[in-house]
Write a protein that binds this ligand. Structure first.
Ligand code: GTP
Ligand code: MG
Length: 210
């Protein structure tokens, strides 16, 4: 899929105030600093569409970006950032939970995982929450440029093993990406295109909106 237009629509901290358009949307979630905002910029060919930073905790709100006037990418705040979690005493601020639990337009969440690290408890817990809440999700391994190409498969195999050890029957669909090297862009956009076509074909709610 080619990205022709990518526009920032709105930031907010109230899931009820997200755009009313009934278009399929894809949310990027994961630990602070894992590369959510950078990946949105990479796949849309924009340097600064989503704000990025070397310091964790940059994205603080729900950010909607409309793509090709037909679907949304959603950049979310990260979890696991001490300052935020201490204050809220949970991995999430309530508005993020509200977003996941009430946003009917959300067709798939992408859970971003830094490919360099072993499975972290907080990510496994978050994926369990997605499973229990019946929210479809894929894993996106980020920062693949930080390890040698030869190690990518073994890191994924190790991750798969850790998921099995945490009672997952199978590894979710996953993608390997690097925002600095533009790795994984075509695969990710092809996947989104396929899901979009499915939802427009099968879901009259979405169909009525276009
Ligand atoms: N080498 C490398 N660095 C990356 C990649 N993606 C992101 N980064 C760097 O990682 C840091 C965090 O990137 P962000 O995109 O702001 O991360 P985020 O997940 O949106 O972070 P929060 O909004 O704070 O939750 C920045 O310094 C980026 O330049 C990548 O694929 N490769
Ligand atoms: Mg961010």
């Amino acid at each position: 899929m080619k990205i022709n237009t990518a526009e920032f629509i709105v930031s907010n901290s109230d899931a009820a105030k997200c755009p009313k358009d009934f278009l399929p949307e894809y949310a990027f979630i994961g630990r602070s600093n894992v590369g959510k905002s950078s990946l949105i910029n990479m796949i849309t060919n924009h340097k600064n569409l989503a704000k990025t930073s070397g310091k964790p905790g940059k994205t603080q709100l729900i950010n909607h970006f409309k793509i090709n006037n037909n679907w949304f990418l959603v950049d979310l705040p990260g979890y696991g950032y001490a300052k935020v979690s201490k204050k809220t005493k949970s991995i999430f601020q309530q508005f993020i939970t509200d977003y996941f639990e009430n946003r009917e337009q959300l067709v798939c969440a992408f859970v971003l995982i830094d490919i360099r690290h072993e499975a972290q408890k907080i990510d496994i817990e978050f994926m369990s929450y997605m499973g229990e809440s019946e929210i479809p999700f894929c894993i996106i391994f980020t920062k693949a440029d930080k390890i040698s190409k030869g190690k990518i498969d073994s890191h994924i195999a190790a991750y798969r093993k850790q998921m099995y050890a945490n009672n997952w029957a199978e590894m979710p669909q996953y993608f390997v990406t690097s925002s600095t090297e533009s790795i994984g862009k075509d695969e990710l956009l092809t996947y989104i295109d396929e899901v979009n076509q499915e939802v427009f074909k099968n879901n009259s709610g979405f169909l009525n909106s276009i």
